[in-house]
Write a protein that binds this ligand. Structure first.
Ligand code: AMP
Length: 189
């Protein structure tokens, strides 16, 4: 299975990705997690990414694309993967298309979690309290929602036109959402 999971910040992508990855035996690749690990370790990539992340802006495509290219070249991605948080811009879609084409593989589905915008802000502010993420202050949270609406939401239409879109209601208990995701993906592979 080659999957993308999309949805606005706070939609529960991370939680669902872990479960989907287990179910299908594919690695979950979360670009946000890779960036955060680099920030923690103080690598040059982390130093570059941090100022964008702290402001709630996207890290430049050139940086993000080469990071994903390296990750997808790893052996564990040969038979499938779940991308969480990538692509996020139209330029990243093109870049991912190129990477897949080079390997003569294709996406099976793009899963979109839909959620109520007010609930999102509430979830993210709670997460800030428990995880201490520096990009989860209310102001940054709202900015991240705007950036998503502007730069990432248009990707949904692109994948819909390709017939890849699987939309799942992301509201409610984690287990309920997982069950919906499972049913929706069973129809794909
Ligand atoms: P996330 O954990 O997916 O919410 O990502 C946290 C932050 O990492 C984002 O707000 C961006 O600054 C950065 N980031 C993650 N994925 C990408 C991406 N595909 N393109 C650009 N920036 C990204």
């Amino acid at each position: 299975m080659r999957l993308i999971i999309m949805g606005p910040p706070g939609a529960g992508k991370g939680t669902q990705s872990t479960r989907i990855a287990e179910t299908y035996g594919v690695p979950a690749i979360a670009t946000g997690d890779i960036f955060r690990a680099n920030v923690r370790e103080g690598t040059p990539l982390g130093v570059e990414a941090q100022r964008y992340m702290d402001a709630g802006d996207y890290v430049p495509d050139s940086v993000t694309n080469s990071m994903v290219r390296d990750r997808l070249a790893a052996d564990d991605c040969a038979d499938g993967f779940l991308l969480d948080g990538y692509p996020r811009t139209l330029a990243q879609v093109d870049e991912l298309d190129g990477m897949l084409k080079e390997n003569d593989v294709a996406l099976d589905a793009v899963l979109v979690l839909t959620v109520d915008p007010e609930e999102l802000v509430e979830r993210l502010v709670k997460r800030a309290e428990s995880d201490g993420r520096s990009d989860d202050t209310e102001e940054v949270v709202r900015h991240r929602q705007d950036v998503y609406a502007e730069q990432t939401a248009p990707l949904i239409e692109v994948y819909a036109e390709r017939g890849l879109l699987v939309t799942v209601d992301g509201m409610g208990e984690v287990d309920e959402v997982s069950a919906r995701v499972r049913t929706a993906l069973d129809g794909v592979a």
